[in-house]
Design a protein around this ligand. Structure first.
Ligand code: DGY
Length: 324
């Protein structure tokens, strides 16, 4: 008998067809009523889940007695209670690598947009405000040659650092748990403590995963260490930054600006950030290109197939549960 897969988001009809070759596939459909109710109804039958954007832990998965694997269409896995997965022997997989370059592109788009006031001046031009040559109050700041501080020099951090170093001649400094000697040689990157990095960088780019250690890594004290001319870019997870503290730093111009793709609560609604011309706010689109989302979905699908067909998945987050 075929195993059952519950595909709850980011999976295209073509991918559903591919899954149907090996599995019974349930896809909650908004036209057939409440999505959450359909999800919960299907859960006890599911051997595998594939999708993204749901918190999954004890409370949600208690009734999922047959569950063997959750294949997340994301690199981040902070939505999942990994300890609980381990306790139950449920495999968790993610989609690293395939989104590295697109996410680094977006970090740079935010950095450039904040520095050169792209979003702000686009809105200004379209509002018919361009009556004469733009003067100093609307000038931005240079990017090339400025110091780029990367907090978390993993794969995505390294891709951002390469753009900065090779494309914009930026000195690279980084902070993190371990020394990256290869990148130090390749890019001349230099290790700093977080406090030193904050004090020295013209652009601070956050690329750390969310964990209890990184929650509110950047709060009042840390923002207070940054140069008043500096720009903060966050493409990691919203809770890495204490958002009210950041809003205050932007309102008082304690720092020059921020480029944000992620927030403490998503979707972002009714935020004081909307009133701030020195904040660029994007709707969590780090990996949102056609090519990358397709590659992520395919990778997630391969992980799910392997897990349910008895092969070790390529991107197993919790290898300790592998029984192969
Ligand atoms: C990820 O893959 O973790 C991105 O944030 C997209 O959800």
């Amino acid at each position: 008998m075929k195993k059952t897969v519950l595909a709850f988001s980011r999976i295209t009809p073509e991918m559903i067809e591919r899954l149907q070759q090996d599995f019974e596939v349930i896809v909650p459909n908004p036209r057939q009523g409440d999505i959450n109710a359909q999800f919960n109804e299907a859960l006890p039958h599911a051997h595998g889940l594939i999708g993204v954007g749901r918190k999954l832990g004890r409370a949600q998965l208690d009734g999922a007695g047959k569950l063997e694997v959750v294949s997340s269409v994301s690199v981040g896995y902070d939505n999942y209670d990994v300890d609980y997965f381990n306790e139950r022997g449920i495999m968790l997989t993610n989609t690293p690598d395939v989104l590295t370059e697109s996410t680094a592109d977006l970090a740079f788009a935010l950095l450039m947009s904040s520095a050169r006031r792209v979003a702000e001046l686009d809105a200004w031009t379209k509002a018919g405000q361009w009556k004469a040559s733009v003067g100093a109050p609307l000038f931005g700041c240079d990017v090339h040659g400025k110091t780029l501080g990367i907090v978390g020099l993993g794969n995505i951090g390294a891709a951002i650092a390469r753009r900065g170093r090779l494309g914009f001649n930026m000195p690279i400094i980084y902070s993190g748990n371990s020394r990256k000697t290869a990148l130090e040689q390749e890019l001349g990157a230099q290790l700093r403590s977080l406090d030193q990095l904050l004090a020295e960088a013209d652009f601070v780019c956050l690329v750390v995963p969310l964990s209890e250690k990184t929650r509110h890594l950047i709060s009042h004290r840390e923002l207070g260490l940054m140069k008043s001319s500096a720009i903060l870019v966050n493409i990691s997870r919203g809770p890495v930054v204490d958002e009210p503290a950041l809003i205050e730093a932007l309102q008082t111009q304690r720092i020059r600006g921020a480029g944000l793709d992620v927030y403490e609560r998503e979707p972002l609604a009714e935020s004081p950030l909307f009133q701030l011309s020195n904040a660029v706010t994007l709707p969590h689109i780090g990996s949102a290109t056609h090519e990358t989302r397709e590659a992520m979905a395919n990778r997630a699908l391969d992980n799910l197939r392997s897990a349910l067909l008895g092969q070790r998945p390529q991107d197993l987050v919790n290898p300790q549960v592998w029984k192969g």
